[in-house]
Design a protein around this ligand. Structure first.
Ligand code: BG6
Length: 367
């Protein structure tokens, strides 16, 4: 059972620092600034021959796949994208021999993901798995992979497995980068950044009481937006997914840059926005968008870094969440964790069954 916790979701959120250490353990090569992923079954020459990466997963595994694609493009400069595994095989996908396919699944039993893997292999493609459950159907089917070591995840809403999926992608991206153009200095910088993540997740979790106050405010709204751009957009998608799964509120993710092309029409004092605003190349543009929202009376919760100047907005926010700084490329995971906590506390406030949201199953094994 969940012990002193009211739910497995809460227990699993708090386990993340220890589980994150487990997925990184023995896989970081500090000397050469690279990842050391033994289960890929690909030698350096095969790794270098990869021309494209296609990531497949469902639900949260799909959104973390988008985070992974962005890491792979940024660090390894390999064209990469993520697609919902449930859609993939229905569009007669082109399977290429120099593409690395990555199937992402906590349970390893999601039928949509398993059937996508089989379709790729039928056409001669090579698939690796990012899977948590050892010996599961997808783990057995793939040609190699990275086990996530998150421990058993019981709550339907994925938290610790998702975090470890992200960290596995980061190690994969560094390793693929280091057989290409990622310098040893950058490799070392990122490996050092990864070693700091478990403790920094702990720091985010230490702010739970403040996050709970923000969550109560958000729980009052019938409908809300989660926004971010580039690295921050999959974070917004995952944040909205988690929030809707357990709070049953309508939560929609949008690219911050696209707000003005449509959804700004919906912004009002009744529709809060949770904005992902890392201190990166886009911070000024992101802050400008926050002003657009505030001008229409939209309540704002900003997930950002300490020192990011929000000007006259600061006094008006429904919440400001400063996460610890790491390397910019690794911002997404430290910004995802507080969104899990917000979703959990919103669901608790609304009195829902946190671990077993209505209409959902932990793993969907029939099509
Ligand atoms: C869905 C769950 O059905 O399956 C999601 O409700 C989950 O929470 C998704 O992210 C994928 O599951 P898995 O086990 O393949 O990661």
């Amino acid at each position: 059972d969940a012990g002193e916790h009211d739910s497995f979701m809460h227990k699993e959120i708090l386990e993340q620092p220890a589980r994150a250490e487990a997925v990184l353990r023995g896989r970081l090569d500090e000397r050469f600034g690279t990842g050391h992923l033994g289960g890929l079954n690909l030698d350096a020459r095969e790794l270098r021959a990869i021309r494209r990466v296609k990531i497949l997963g469902c639900g949260s595994a799909y959104y973390v796949g988008q985070m992974g694609a962005s890491l792979l493009e940024e660090l390894a400069r390999i064209p990469a994208d993520a697609e919902a595994a449930s859609e993939f095989r229905y569009r007669n996908p082109i399977v290429e021999p120099d593409t690395l396919y990555v199937a992402v699944s906590q349970s390893g039993e999601t039928i949509d993901t398993l059937l996508a893997v089989q379709e790729i292999q039928r056409k001669g493609g090579r698939v690796i798995g990012l899977v948590n459950v050892v010996g599961s159907a997808i783990a057995r089917q793939v040609d190699g992979g990275i086990y996530l070591h998150a421990g058993p995840e019981v709550a339907v809403a994925s938290t610790k497995a998702l975090t470890n999926m992200y960290l596995a992608f980061a190690m994969l991206a560094v390793q693929l980068g280091r057989v290409r153009d990622l310098s040893i200095a950058d490799g070392k910088r990122l490996i050092a950044g990864l070693t700091r993540i478990p403790e920094q997740i702990e720091q985010v979790l230490a702010t739970e009481a403040e996050l709970a106050v923000v969550a109560k405010r958000l729980a009052e709204a019938e409908s809300l937006f989660f926004i971010g751009r580039v690295r921050g957009f999959p974070v917004a998608r995952e944040g909205a997914q988690k929030f809707k799964e357990v709070s049953y509120r309508h939560a929609e993710a949008y690219q911050t840059s696209e707000l003005k092309h449509g959804p700004l029409a919906l912004i009002s004092p009744d529709v809060p926005t949770v904005a992902i605003v890392p201190d990166d190349e886009l911070v000024e543009r992101n802050v400008a968008a926050l002003h657009e929202i505030a001008a229409r009376g939209g309540p704002l919760v900003v997930v950002t870094h300490e020192g990011v100047a929000l000007g006259d907005l600061d006094g008006t926010l429904a919440g400001r969440i400063d996460v610890p700084r790491n390397e910019r490329e690794l911002d997404p995971i430290l910004m995802t964790v507080p969104l899990q906590v917000l979703a959990y506390h919103a669901a608790q406030e609304l009195g829902h069954d946190i671990d077993k949201p209505r209409n959902l199953a932990k793993s969907v094994t029939v099509e």
